[in-house]
Design a protein around this ligand. Structure first.
Ligand SMILES: [Zn+2]
Length: 271
């Protein structure tokens, strides 16, 4: 479906919901014990801030926008321009750095203007594969030695989590490359999960429930919840699928997550 059609449809749907009895409503915040927030959305040519506002009005989802440092945001001036561009809108403003060392290009004062920093361990140095760095979101990511990869991947988690730079949320937790994903429950041993959770807790981070990857699973969420760790929802979208949170909502209900289990940035947003 094209974007304009989609937006027209959801606008129609939300107009219809306004006159329907409450029990028939779905997608409204009243249906959930947790906040409907999507803190992992990227602006793109096909997804402007005005498009996001339109989706937000139609769905009652609160959005947080993230930008990967690099092309658009690369120094203090461009970071401040990005923040100023979004400030008039009722959205949270975040950054999603790809690798430790990212703060070298920014001052602590400029970084402090952000609502949150989201980072994931998806670039994995994999010595076995001729020293290449795996970008494990790519569907053709090849793992020749699974145990070797898991060791390197665990190292990457700890490097990202323990890195001495501002960080709020661990993104894409427990995601696996497609070629080994069928062994998810075997590879994510209790010990590995405990290692990640302990590190996250020690640094007082939140954990993203990633809608695109359908990770992490119930057991991990319950273990983290038990430790008092808070969660966020992230669709990781850059088009009209922004706010698609089917997996997030389902697993949050299963795990009986409530408002107090969620991280909400503390800035008061403009109306
Ligand atoms: Zn992202």
């Amino acid at each position: 479906m094209r974007r304009r059609t989609f937006i027209r449809n959801i606008a129609l749907a939300s107009g219809m919901m306004a006159v329907a009895p409450m029990a028939a409503c779905s997608g409204n915040e009243e249906d959930y014990d947790f906040p409907l927030m999507d803190l992992h959305v990227h602006l793109a040519e096909d997804l402007t801030i005005d498009d996001i506002m339109e989706i937000s009005r139609a769905t009652n989802i609160q959005f947080g926008i993230v930008e990967n440092p690099g092309e658009m945001v690369y120094d203090d001036e461009s970071l401040r321009a990005y923040i100023e561009m979004l400030r008039p809108y009722p959205v949270y403003i975040g950054l999603q750095p790809m690798s430790p060392g990212w703060t070298a290009n920014f001052s602590p004062e400029a970084i402090a203007e952000l609502d949150y920093v989201l980072m994931d361990p998806q670039t994995v140095p994999n010595g076995n594969n001729f020293g290449e760095t795996l970008r494990i979101w790519n569907v053709d990511t090849y793992v020749d030695d699974t145990e070797y990869f898991m060791e390197a991947y665990m190292d990457r988690y700890l490097e990202v989590i323990n890195n001495n730079e501002p960080l709020t949320t661990l993104g894409w937790p427990l995601f696996l490359p497609a070629c080994i994903a069928r062994d998810y429950y075997k590879l994510w041993t209790k010990e590995r999960m405990e290692t990640i959770i302990t590190a996250v807790k020690n640094r007082d981070l939140n954990i993203e429930i990633n809608d695109l990857a359908h990770t992490p699973h119930e057991e991990f969420i319950l273990m983290a919840k038990e430790e008092g760790i808070k969660f966020t929802f992230g669709s990781d979208t850059a088009d009209n699928k922004a706010g698609r949170l089917s997996y997030c909502k389902e697993i949050a209900r299963k795990c009986k997550l409530t408002r107090k289990d969620f991280f909400v940035p503390d800035r008061v947003l403009p109306a």
